[in-house]
Design a binder for this molecule. Structure first.
Ligand code: PMT
Length: 499
């Protein structure tokens, strides 16, 4: 059972600036706050918002129970203001879609990557989140009106537009993209798009049918042709309950992709990485995509098909490669392994989501598929819990269909990573099966490990024993820690790139 931590709500209320501030931050009424105080608990969705708001104010908190450990420290809105912040300046425009709430997480992730974020919200965005939530997170005023005299006196829209190294629109709705494409400047956000000289990046999000509509597709293509960079969308469940293309990319992915699109930042990041004293930065500048962990495929609302992968091997590889300076995107199924440092982690559940996240992470120099992806999913997963038949002798049949093969898809992609590495988890005929799998899936190398043994099933274990198969060689590796195997693989990749 999930552990519930009691929360010191009065300390949090004081730090936030009172009940009214918390109401506005969480977009709830006064009775909700009274409820939280009576129960001494916060709803789950409130915790990351409060954590981010107080961290932005300079407090140090424990993430699980929001206990205030120290603060407010030196990070105040003044010290992180655009004028004296060393990181790139990002103008984050939030348009009005259900995914607007995810823009708060994008702001937080950008700040963690060292950016200074200034928020701008459209009127429709304010139907979903409040400007105060964004202001509390960024430690700076959130701009929302073209005609506010104060804003014009403090910072006119031209100055606002020109002060940014990058303008990022999250979520880019169908309507926002249409107005941006037509050059309509009828509010602060669209006026900024016309007035800025910085790169504009959009993360589209909408219903799959709206996304597929010719008008949207034509706006999308035309904006791209004019130099607007697009991050996503990807396929998956959308907020309106329909499945298909139109789902916004995960916040961590958007933040990492946006940072990569700032030329000065990318250059400085490389220089910083290259100067890493005492550590090898041999893979600096390489974008490496790694899959890890299991995928989980629903049967009904409460049951699922899964496997025993713990993510230990994939996560160890991510750590080893990030330590060598690579820019790692780790797409992981549900695991309890801690997130490796200095990687962009994208959490997914199903194989379809994993494929969409991998697709969105391209281009990459190298792809490594260590995930145990479910080969099948239930063709029509039930929306409610399936009932057991009354008759105790009655059987139960689930119709399964095949999941997409992520490794094979990456190997055949038009923007295929230069080096694609798969794993083969076999219970018999390891060498033959792995060699056949390498050829069938079109990857360059395959790491073959014998799984399911009684002494060590490899799944979930700290140890692994493997062979590395290329098109013309087989190298047998002794049994070792998964972390050591990860270093050995990193050595091979380094050797490949230095030769
Ligand atoms: O996570 P751990 O507990 O540390 O365990 C590590 C591991 C055993 C999971 C790992 O070492 C491993 O072998 N990963 C691959 C597991 C697997 O699904 O193997 P496979 O032989 O079924 O698939 C072959 C390759 O195709 C793999 O690279 C797999 O990621 C990929 N695949 C498979 C099916 C699918 N639909 N899409 C894929 O991309």
């Amino acid at each position: 059972m999930k552990k519930v931590f009691p929360v010191n709500l009065s300390a949090i209320l004081t730090a936030l600036g009172g009940r009214h501030a918390m109401q506005q931050l969480l977009d709830v009424g006064p009775s909700a706050i009274s409820n939280y105080l009576t129960r001494g608990q916060l709803p789950q969705r409130a915790k990351p918002i409060i954590y981010a708001a107080l961290t932005a104010k300079g407090y140090q908190l424990r993430p699980d129970d929001l206990e205030i450990i120290a603060g407010p420290a030196a990070i105040t809105p003044h010290t992180v203001s655009a004028e004296n912040h060393a990181g790139p300046r990002i103008l984050l425009i939030i348009a009005g879609g259900i995914a607007a709430y995810k823009a708060l997480e994008v702001a937080r992730q950008l700040q963690q990557l060292g950016a200074h974020v200034t928020g701008v919200m459209t009127d429709s965005a304010k139907q979903f989140i409040t400007p105060l939530s964004l202001a509390a997170l960024t430690g700076e005023k959130c701009y929302d009106s073209l005609f506010s005299l104060t804003d014009e006196a403090e910072m006119g829209h031209i100055r606002l537009a020109r002060s940014a190294d990058l303008v990022l629109v999250v979520p880019a709705t169908a309507s926002f993209m249409a107005r941006a494409n037509a050059g309509i400047a009828d509010d602060l956000a669209t006026t900024i798009l016309l007035a800025t000289t910085a790169k504009v990046v959009m993360a589209p999000a909408m219903n799959p049918v709206m996304w597929a509509h010719q008008a949207t597709q034509s706006n999308f293509a035309s904006l791209r042709q004019r130099g607007v960079e697009m991050i996503g969308p990807v396929s998956g469940d959308t907020a309106c309950g329909e499945e298909g293309e139109g789902r916004m990319c995960e916040p961590a992915m958007i933040a990492a992709a946006a940072m990569r699109l700032i030329p000065t930042y990318a250059a400085r990041d490389e220089a910083d990485k290259d100067s890493g004293a005492g550590t090898s930065r041999s893979l600096s500048g390489k974008h490496i995509l790694i899959t890890s962990g299991p995928t989980i495929e629903p049967i009904d609302k409460v049951r699922f098909i899964a496997n025993r992968s713990s993510g230990k091997q994939g996560h160890a590889i991510a750590t080893a490669l990030a330590n060598r300076g690579a820019n790692v995107t780790l797409v992981s199924g549900p695991v309890t392994e801690p997130a490796p440092a200095n990687v962009t982690l994208v959490n997914v559940t199903t194989a379809a989501e994993m494929l969409a996240a991998c697709d969105a992470a391209l281009p990459a120099d190298i792809a490594i598929c260590a995930a145990a992806v479910a080969d099948w999913r239930v063709k029509a997963a039930a929306d409610e819990k399936l009932k057991k038949p009354e008759n105790p002798d009655a059987g139960m049949t689930l119709e399964l269909c095949q999941n997409p093969d992520i490794l094979a898809t990456l190997s055949a992609a038009p923007n295929r990573p230069k080096l694609v590495i798969g794993f083969a988890a076999e219970t018999e005929n390891l060498l033959e099966n792995a060699a056949a799998k390498r050829r069938r899936k079109g990857c360059d190398w395959i790491i073959a490990n014998q799984v399911g043994g009684e002494d060590d099933p490899v799944f979930g274990s700290a140890l692994n024993q493997a062979m590395l198969l290329t098109s013309d060689s087989v190298e047998e590796w002794p049994r070792m820690q998964k972390t050591e195997l990860a270093e050995k693989l990193a050595d091979q990749i380094e050797a490949e790139y230095s030769s």
